[in-house]
Design a protein around this ligand. Structure first.
Ligand SMILES: [Zn+2]
Length: 282
């Protein structure tokens, strides 16, 4: 497994660390660089110290889009557990903007995690990427195509509920094309050695972790390790803890863990829009 971070930074700052031919220049003036860097790159420490210097001044050196794990096929197929995420374009508007209700009054008063969705999902259907079988809104609502629902059901993939999706604010007929992907159980605890934080450096303080324990922090910077009661597990389940913060339309979410069976069904049927990372049982 190779581990990378992907980051965006100003061209001026990029030159402090990267060669001219590394990454990609973007933006109207080509003044932003998007780079992927291996976390065992000898220059990683330089990046960490630049970021610390900027952080101490209340600013940031780079914007991190995430930590990427790159696996061989053998590593993926040998994993005892996988984390499932939706790949591809995140669509807008979110369900909340189209009339889906959330009970924000029952969310955690400290971190805003855990507001339950209290009505069926409403979305602007035309904004969902058409060629995907799994797609996600900016509010972290996940939808699944009819084809994928049929395949997952036929293969008896357990742990999932397929909720209706209504198009627009007033329609009374659910969409025939899309369902909401709902995971039944959120009973796995994120445990050590999982690394959760905001910035991928050892000096990070994981400032978004909620003192009440319901939110583990901003994002996973390592593979997830979880603990769950019992030895029989459904093919999909979530962690008890949320990640990310409540901001505007963004809602903290619970990572989804899946079995090799789920992984295999997705690959064998070529379902589009799924992304997998290796995960572990403690
Ligand atoms: Zn909280």
């Amino acid at each position: 497994m190779k581990k990378y971070i992907s980051l965006r930074l100003s061209e001026k700052d990029a030159r402090k660390i990267f060669r001219d031919d590394e990454g990609k220049r973007v933006g109207d003036d080509q003044d932003v660089r998007v780079v992927r860097m291996a976390m065992d790159d000898p220059r990683y420490g330089d990046l960490a110290s630049f970021e610390k210097k900027w952080y101490d001044r209340g600013s940031s050196f780079a914007f991190y889009t995430g930590v990427l794990h790159e696996y061989s096929k053998e590593e993926m197929n040998a994993a005892e557990l996988l984390q499932f995420t939706v790949a591809g374009r995140i669509f807008e508007p979110s369900g909340e903007e189209v009339g889906t209700l959330y009970d924000d009054a029952s969310a955690c008063p400290v971190c805003g995690s855990g507001a339950p969705q209290t009505t069926p999902l409403r979305l602007k259907l035309s904004t969902i990427p058409k060629k995907q079988d799994f797609a996600m809104s900016i509010g972290h609502e996940i939808v699944v195509s009819l084809r994928a629902v049929e395949i997952l059901r036929k293969n008896r993939v357990t742990g999932l509920i397929y909720g209706p999706v209504y198009g627009g604010k007033t329609s009374t007929e659910p969409s025939p094309d899309w369902h909401q992907l709902i995971v039944k159980n959120a009973d796995a605890d994120i445990v050590a050695p999982t690394w959760i934080g905001t910035l991928p450096y050892d000096w990070d303080t994981n400032e978004y972790r909620c003192p009440r324990g319901d939110n583990a922090g901003f994002k996973a910077l390592s593979e997830l390790t979880v603990q769950r009661a019992g030895t029989r597990h459904p093919d999909a389940f979530q962690t008890r803890q949320f990640l990310a913060d409540r901001r505007g339309l963004l809602r903290p979410y619970r990572p989804i863990l899946v079995s090799q069976k789920f992984h295999r069904v997705v690959l064998e049927h070529g379902l589009k829009g799924a992304f997998f990372d290796v995960a572990h049982f403690a």
